[in-house]
Design a protein around this ligand. Structure first.
Ligand SMILES: C[S@@+](CC[C@H](N)C(=O)[O-])C[C@H]1O[C@@H](n2cnc3c(N)ncnc32)[C@H](O)[C@@H]1O
Length: 252
């Protein structure tokens, strides 16, 4: 389902969280689905595939969604940043930064740090750079990535991946290469829609917690933090395993 069809779908909903629903659904890349209504079928697989490869080049369209004030109620950005407990001078790569929802908040929260807003869409990168410049935030760096290389120009303390993990291809290889971009003690935080959430991408595009932990394990990480305060999304934090094996990714 495309973004432009979402309002018609919403009109049929008598849900008290309609705006949050719409925001979350469209945020999840323009494919409005409710888990309970999605058929386990070829059509469902096609919707998932279409969703995963969805483009985000139209900044105006997506800014209205990603930066909708209603999003804060379920995205809880302040709590997310508090949970990450970053040093004020931390270096961060926000991979799949989009319009800069988290990049700009990180920039303000870490005035002595440096935040790399990484995206494959040049329009998004230019937009977040312009937002930072207009806001007088000098510690934001826009980075134009390729699908399989984030091109982060310096090692970072945190890689943050919000609602983007399910768009990444060959994820174990991607995150295995990413280890070289982490400073000692560096972490990878992944926030993405849960399979059981009433909103989000098509069911076939969502990644279950166990799959996420397994894939990061294959990439050489172990799960070191899990935050459960987000109503619709996983919030998992991973640390590289010393020998890179990643075996037994669940922390004991
Ligand atoms: C659903 S948006 C999430 C935006 C932002 N993280 C937020 O929470 O508002 C996904 C973003 O990831 C970007 N993206 C998709 N694949 C990517 C990749 N391989 N590397 C970097 N960015 C990617 C898209 O262009 C899009 O801007």
């Amino acid at each position: 389902m495309t973004v432009s069809r979402a309002p018609a779908y919403a009109k049929r909903m008598a849900h008290p969280l309609r705006s949050a629903f719409l925001c979350a659904v469209v945020l999840a890349a323009g494919c409005a689905h409710r888990a309970a209504h999605a058929p386990a079928s070829t059509a469902g697989d096609a919707a998932a595939a279409e969703h995963i490869h969805h483009r985000f080049e139209d900044v105006e369209q997506w800014a209205a969604v990603f930066d909708a004030p209603e999003r804060d109620a379920w995205q809880k950005p302040d709590e997310v940043l508090a949970a990450l407990a970053l040093r004020p001078d931390a270096r961060v790569a926000d991979i799949g930064a989009g319009t800069g929802y988290f990049t700009l908040r990180l920039s303000r929260a870490l005035p002595r740090g440096r935040i790399h807003g990484v995206d494959v869409e040049v329009t998004m990168v230019r937009h977040l750079e312009e937002r930072a410049r207009t806001a007088g935030l000098s510690n934001v760096v826009g980075v134009l990535a390729t699908a399989d290389d984030p091109r982060v120009p310096e090692p970072v303390d945190l890689v943050l991946v919000v609602d983007t993990y399910h768009h990444l291809q060959a994820r174990p290889d991607y995150f295995r290469r990413l280890r070289a971009h982490l400073r000692p003690g560096g972490r990878v935080a992944v926030i993405d829609f849960r399979p059981d959430a009433p909103i989000g991408p098509p069911p076939g595009a969502r990644v279950a917690r166990e799959q996420l932990v397994r894939e990061l394990g294959e990439a050489g990480y172990r799960l070191t933090e899990e935050h459960t305060f987000l109503p619709y999304q996983h919030f998992l934090v991973f640390t590289p395993v010393e020998d890179g094996s990643g075996a037994g990714a669940e922390e004991r």
